[in-house]
Ligand binder design. Structure first.
Ligand code: HEM
Length: 458
């Protein structure tokens, strides 16, 4: 397989000067992703200052990278070097690792995400949402709440209860600050032209180092508690137990404490920020689409008759699930992902050189009118069971695809269905005005500056 000449990206007014496409991409990502997805070529070459990257927007070629020829691709290394710094001294976890190391971790952790385990988690999801609703009930009527932060509270509680067997109540605000410092670091470090080592006290480095110290203390305590519980005969129940009890078959070695912290920190982060963000966008979309909101209310009222959902109700809450799926299409928290080619690869007429850095244009595919009629419109009907066969393959990628597909996809969808249904039973969430909500398109896509909304009891 040999490299052939790649087409240039479509001409862009900003694609001039030393920085190439970098300036435009740094400032106005979403329209560019949509534009690139609709360009004539399914794969485009971009120039980011002195680096070349390739953006792939054809669903079948995204599938080739993530599934068909996945062995030829590892996580994109420039970005991963930054993410690894934020993972602490062990550097690697399920999200950052590749090859044999990744496979070992994935096989070890997969059972914690089997349907049977998720069924056990639903009670935590219901309980934590009930607590949120009780807090809201104590507020004066029509109070304004910050939805993003409220969703983060619930999803963080749920993930720590399900994975660590403990709530983080005490350390909640601290955890939020830690994760904010880590994602700010990842964004600014990965896009910086000069990447200062962590020892250099730049403001973002300092905040990351402080966050690392704080999370080390916190997780060390949790790990020790769980280790002692297992030593005194507690049944292994949680993801943390699987990690504590694991031994590499070849070397007989278990995870070091640094490795455990990197894995647990990663799973708590990946397991709550994305879902919280997607739920926030869902409430924003519902407020803008009263007909869909009314249909959601009708469904939760009919199925639940005023009580909390149980596991058995979830299949009946079909429209609720469709609402979340459609929100994930319009605002995919993981709006892009990246890989690096080990060897050259071929995409139809176009060749990709060995070592190439590849961006997979999830947002652009979700907004391409060739696959989604009127893609900017919120239409949960697209995900009705009888419509699914009409979807073009690999055009819906909120959780990516292939062997590295999100390990928490069912967890996230179950949790979102429960939270959405329980809130919709009691409240309408309304914006105070119609000013557009901008997207903060960083590590994950979230409403910029949070999402204040008014609680209207139903
Ligand atoms: C709406 C919520 C979520 C979205 C949109 C989402 C999206 C994604 C995507 C797109 C990937 C693939 C990234 C890549 O390989 O390039 C991924 C991976 C991952 N996600 Fe999620 N995720 C969500 C929720 C969760 C939850 C709830 C958990 C854990 C409980 C989780 C844990 C992970 C982990 C550990 C990986 C790395 C898996 C691997 O490489 O084997 N995610 N997620």
């Amino acid at each position: 397989m040999q490299t052939v000449v790649l087409k240039d990206p479509p001409p862009s007014a900003t694609n001039t000067g030393l920085l190439g496409d970098l300036r435009a991409f740094a400032h106005d990502r979403l329209p560019l992703l949509v534009q690139w997805a609709q360009a004539d070529a399914p794969i485009l070459r971009l120039r980011f200052a002195w680096a070349t990257q390739y953006v792939i927007s054809a669903p079948e070629y995204v599938q080739q990278v993530l599934q068909g020829n996945h062995r030829n691709y590892i996580k994109e290394q420039t970005f991963m070097r930054t993410v690894r710094l934020a993972a602490g001294p062990a550097r690697e976890n399920l999200f950052t690792s590749d090859g044999k190391d990744w496979l070992y971790r994935r096989r070890l952790m997969q059972p914690a995400f089997h349907r049977r385990c998720i069924e056990g988690y639903t009670q935590h999801m219901v309980n934590e949402t009930s607590k949120l609703l009780q807090r809201w009930e104590r507020l004066p009527a029509h109070s304004t709440i910050e939805v993003r932060s409220a969703m983060t509270d619930v999803t963080m509680e749920v993930i720590s209860l399900c994975m660590l067997g403990t709530d983080l109540q005490r350390a909640h605000e601290q955890m939020k600050r830690i994760f904010k410092a880590s994602s700010d670091f990842v964004i600014s470090h990965s896009s910086a032209l000069i990447k200062w080592p962590l020892a250099v006290p730049t403001p973002t480095n300092r905040r990351l180092n402080q966050a690392m110290e704080a999370i080390t203390t916190l997780l060390t305590e949790l790990i020790e508690q769980r280790r002692q519980a297992l030593a005194s005969g507690a049944e292994p129940e949680f993801l943390i137990d699987m990690l504590l009890l694991s031994h590499d078959e070849e070397t007989g070695q278990g995870f070091s404490d640094d490795e455990l912290r990197a894995e647990l920190g990663g799973i708590i982060f990946a397991g709550h920020e994305t879902t919280a963000s997607a739920l926030s966008w869902t409430f924003h979309l519902l407020a803008q689409n009263p007909a869909a909101e009314a249909q959601l209310h009708a469904e939760v009222d009919r199925v639940l008759q005023g009580r909390a959902p149980t596991l058995a109700d979830l299949p009946q809450l079909q429209y609720t699930s469709q609402v979340f799926q459609e929100a994930l299409r319009i605002y995919p928290p993981a709006w892009i992902t990246s890989r690096q080619a080990l060897n050259a690869d071929q995409f139809g007429d176009y060749g990709l050189p060995a070592g190439a850095q590849v961006l997979l244009n999830i947002y652009g595919i979700h907004h391409n009118p060739a696959y989604w009629e009127q893609p900017e419109q919120f239409r949960p009907e697209r995900f009705a069971p009888d419509q699914l066969s009409k979807q073009v393959k690999h055009t819906y990628l909120p959780f990516a695809t292939g062997p590295r597909k999100c390990i928490g996809d069912t967890f996230a969808q179950t949790e979102a269905q429960i939270i959405l249904a329980m809130i919709a039973q009691r409240y309408r969430l309304r914006r105070r005005d119609d000013t557009p909500v901008a997207a903060d398109v960083g590590f994950i896509m979230q409403p910029k500056g949070g999402l204040p909304m008014q609680l209207e009891p139903r």
